[in-house]
Design a protein around this ligand. Structure first.
Ligand code: PMP
Ligand code: GLU
Length: 377
């Protein structure tokens, strides 16, 4: 047989999904594993969102829709962007995709030519590099200052004539850190000076604890060169709905639209009606979940510190990023095999020596997980 694609052979499996699959398998075998490996809210999707989707199904919204998204959702998104993220946006600058991940992939396809360099700030979420690679681009890694978890001028050294795009993710998965205005401004100035595109993944914008979320596209003229990524999975506990979106200049949306038309066609029609209800409906459900995450965050960071672990600043998202002694892969294996706590090793995020614990789990499970980690060390 002829060999399969070299491009895909060079892509690694998603570590977050692989570890979660392993934990699920152990659970199916009857082992009482506490899963802190995957970033997924443990709350049910709020009722009014589910109801809107069921209504849409009953109304017969079960056919193809406009491929960029139903007009009601495109305008709900553009209104939200203008209102909350503070940069100009029209419905023509929005595309709805099957999850933020799909939007990220389409954006990479739309922007990158073969060999174009994309700067990924590490520690970084697992899917940026594969999306860049699959689109034919080249990932260039830049480590965020590990003391401050902010950016400094060292970033400027990564740019050369092949650089095309910078990917920013604040609040960050996996560290939980939030970039302040100075870090965001550094990226904005760099992109404007060197004529670069930016991708700003803001999917955790609502999970923020005492810090301000800054949208990259709201700085200077950045809206002209930024693809803002967001979605419903985290803020509205809608991971399984596979609903996300990108906001960008019309020319970029036009190219992403071609990728979408020839691959997924569109996001699921009735799921998009749930998205309208999420954005247009009462937002108190988002605040309730944020408050609950905040409680858990304080508990888990307190426990980890009491055990002597150093952690990254847990200012956003729902991850504790923990410094461990020795090999993070070995520590994560020990926690899983001996303590039955599933966590993701930092190596998956280009950060050996760290472990990511998702605190999107019940307080009861978090208490038990902390006791187990204390026991197995
Ligand atoms: N970006 C980040 C940083 C994430 O953690 C996730 C979680 N899967 C995504 C994007 C993708 O989210 P989804 O595809 O579920 O919208
Ligand atoms: N984003 C979540 C995580 O990092 C979900 C899994 C994934 O899509 O990577 O765990």
């Amino acid at each position: 047989m002829k060999p399969l694609s070299e491009k895909i052979a060079g892509v690694t499996e998603s570590a977050t999904i692989a570890i979660s699959n392993k934990a699920k398998k152990m659970q199916r075998e009857g082992i009482d594993v506490i899963s802190m490996s995957i970033g997924e809210p443990d709350f049910a999707t709020p009722q009014h969102i589910t109801d809107a989707c069921i209504d849409a199904l009953r109304r017969g919204e079960t056919h193809y829709a406009p491929s960029n998204g139903i007009p009601e959702l495109l305008s709900a998104i553009s209104d939200k962007i203008v209102r909350e993220n503070k940069f100009p946006c029209t419905p023509q600058q929005v595309i709805v995709a099957c999850g933020a991940k799909d939007a990220i992939y389409e954006a990479c396809e739309a922007v990158l030519n073969h060999g174009d360099e994309t700067i990924i700030l590490t520690p970084a979420w697992v899917s940026y590099e594969p999306c860049v690679q699959i689109a034919g681009g080249k990932a260039i890694f830049h480590e965020i200052n590990p003391k401050t978890f902010q950016l400094d001028d060292a970033l400027l050294e990564r740019v050369n004539r092949k650089t095309k795009m910078v990917i920013v993710n604040s609040p960050s998965n996996p560290t939980g850190a939030v970039f302040d205005k100075k870090s965001m401004k550094l990226v904005a100035d760099l992109c404007e000076d060197k004529d670069l595109y930016a991708m700003s993944d803001e999917i955790y914008e609502k999970m923020i604890y005492g810090k301000e979320h800054i949208s990259l596209a709201s700085l200077g003229d950045m809206a002209q060169r930024t693809i803002t990524i967001n979605g419903f999975s985290k803020a509205y506990a809608m991971t399984g709905w596979r609903l996300g979106y990108a906001v960008a200049p019309k020319e970029i949306i036009g190219e992403m639209s071609k990728v979408q038309q020839h691959s997924i066609s569109q996001a699921t029609t009735f799921a998009m009606w749930g998205g309208v209800a999420a954005l247009r409906g009462d937002q108190s459900c988002v605040e309730e979940m944020r408050r609950e995450f905040d409680k858990r965050r304080k508990y888990i960071i307190g426990e980890l510190k009491a055990m002597g672990y150093a952690t990254a600043p847990a200012e956003g998202a729902f991850y504790a990023f923990v410094r461990v002694a020795g090999d993070d892969m070995e520590v994560a294996s020990r926690w899983l095999d001996k303590g039955h706590v599933a966590a993701t090793p930092g190596s998956a995020f280009y950060a050996p020596g760290w472990i990511r614990l998702s605190y999107a789990a019940s307080m009861e499970n978090l208490r038990e997980a902390m006791a187990r980690i204390k026991r197995v060390g």
